[in-house]
Write a protein that binds this ligand. Structure first.
Ligand SMILES: Nc1ncnc2c1ncn2[C@@H]1O[C@H](COP(=O)(O)OP(=O)(O)O)[C@@H](O)[C@H]1O
Ligand SMILES: CC(=O)N[C@@H](CCC(=O)OP(=O)(O)O)C(=O)O
Length: 296
């Protein structure tokens, strides 16, 4: 009997959050282990279905870097990364589009639909969702110490998000699953980092939340302890003093951009944990690191 009451208490803990987030958009960047391990894949699909059925509006943006890397390796092609971006020539672009828009996207859509949801896969080309331009990447020349532009090929940055197709899908109760491929003004195809796409989609939709699933607990301090909240005003300092480095820099920067565009709260959470999204959204403590405007 006690156990049953505890179950009811757990459900009741979610009540104020369901009320608060009812009808609101939650953008989730799906990637890392959560997209590889079977129980986590199933758990994620079910979490998304639950969110939709209780009246939230989940929008999924997925990654797939390791999956692209695997196919390129099988083809005997090597890839280079510059500042976390895959150098993308036209043949690599074809593989990226095939893997992200094909296999990876359809597997996620298939899983959500298999467990009872109603997902639709799309890339940034569909409905002109993600208008992109070539990313101008700069670095300091180590010999001359002058800034120079490095050509990373068909790597794009988001110029504009046109959310009409997402609004139409929401009105028909579909769950959109977006591959991070963009289209240029002349119809060219761009490979875009998935975190950046998720941040801009969340901004364009004025989402209530942006959740980035990664393979660490969240943002950690120099002693390796989880930082549970970060004000956007503190982010630059944490980068400058070396607390935040490497792959965490683009992640937290995209959280800051999303907050500036009107997203209420962003979260970097551990996708290795089962039901990570539900634990973040529906519990008092939440998990991972919340990045937002905590002071006015
Ligand atoms: N302060 C920090 N807290 C947590 N991780 C950090 C921090 N600074 C750098 N990192 C690095 O950032 C990585 C996450 O970025 P990345 O590997 O690009 O994630 P993903 O593959 O999920 O997109 C962590 O594995 C860690 O090595
Ligand atoms: C330009 C660029 O690097 N694009 C990424 C797109 C996929 C991605 O971002 O996947 P993850 O989130 O799994 O890293 C790539 O080619 O790997």
């Amino acid at each position: 009997m006690q156990q049953l009451i505890e179950k009811a208490n757990v459900l009741m803990e979610a009540l104020p959050y369901i009320k608060r987030f009812y009808g609101k958009t939650i953008v989730i960047k799906y990637g890392g282990n959560a997209m590889v391990e079977e129980p986590l894949k199933e758990g994620f699909a079910k979490d998304v279905i639950l969110l939709k059925l209780i009246g939230l509006n989940p929008v999924i943006v997925h990654g797939g870097g390791p999956q692209i890397g695997k196919v390129l390796a099988q083809m005997g092609r090597k890839t280079d990364f510059v500042q976390g971006m895959r150098v993308t020539d036209s043949e690599t672009m074809n593989v990226v589009e095939m893997v992200l828009g094909g296999k990876v996207n359809k597997e996620i859509v298939g899983n959500i639909n298999h467990f009872g949801g109603n997902a639709v896969g799309l890339s940034g080309k569909d409905g002109n969702l993600i208008l992109a331009r070539k990313l101008e990447m700069k670095r300091l020349n180590p010999d001359t110490l002058t800034p120079e532009i490095i050509d990373v090929g068909m790597v794009g940055e988001v110029e504009q998000v046109n959310p009409a197709v997402l609004t139409a899908l929401e009105q028909s109760n579909f769950i959109p699953v977006i591959a991070p491929v963009g289209v240029g003004r002349h119809g060219e195809t761009y490979n875009i980092n998935a975190d950046l796409v998720a941040g801009r989609v969340a901004g364009a939709l004025r989402a209530e939340k942006l959740i980035l699933l990664t393979d660490v607990e969240g943002v950690k301090d120099k002693q390796g302890r989880l930082i549970s909240t970060i004000d956007i005003a503190a982010v630059n300092g944490l980068i400058e003093d070396g607390t935040i480095s490497g792959g965490m820099i683009p992640k937290i920067s995209c959280c800051v951009d999303a907050v500036r565009e009107g997203v209420q709260k962003t979260h970097i959470i551990d996708g290795r944990m089962e039901h990570a999204c539900l634990l973040e959204i529906f519990t008092d403590k939440g998990i991972g690191t919340a990045v937002a405007r905590f002071t006015s």
